[in-house]
Write a protein that binds this ligand. Sequence first.
Ligand SMILES: [Zn+2]
Length: 172
Amino acid sequence: MSSTPLPRQVDIRKLIAADTIISAQEPLRNFARLLDMLEARDGDVEVNLHFYRREQGGKFIDGEVRAIVAVLCQRCMKPMPLAIDSTFSVGVVWTDEQAIRLPKDLEPYIVGDELQDVRDLIEDELILCVPYSSYHEQLDCADNYVQPELPDTPVESKPNPFQVLEQLKSGK
Ligand SMILES: [Zn+2]
């Protein structure tokens, strides 16, 4: 596992030509749009990216993103952990016309001629993984916790006879 952040301003064309794999850990706080949806800024996103071309044509990036983020439970309004573990695949194109020609089930990633910050791509994927509203599992939710039925016997504990004995011995 690597602890390096994602490289900034990469040449996608070169990465694809060299069949590059990038493994990185990017701090959550660097994803500003995502942070708007979260309750905590701490933590890292684990990212794996593969830039490659297929023999039958086409250039692609396959990616994996993993993170544990904190979102607000919409029932009890308390933070709850949300595990993100997702894979995605995009077709790399340079123009809108090329994007239209991609198969419909393949997301286009239009890179143009400038260097790209792939954090935008990662952030889009992360945002897709955060549901519009989240809820604790019923038993974990502060607002929905059903108290177990109390037993019929009084709950107050009787004095422990040994403690009483100790107190008598010590003369208190
Ligand atoms: Zn809750």
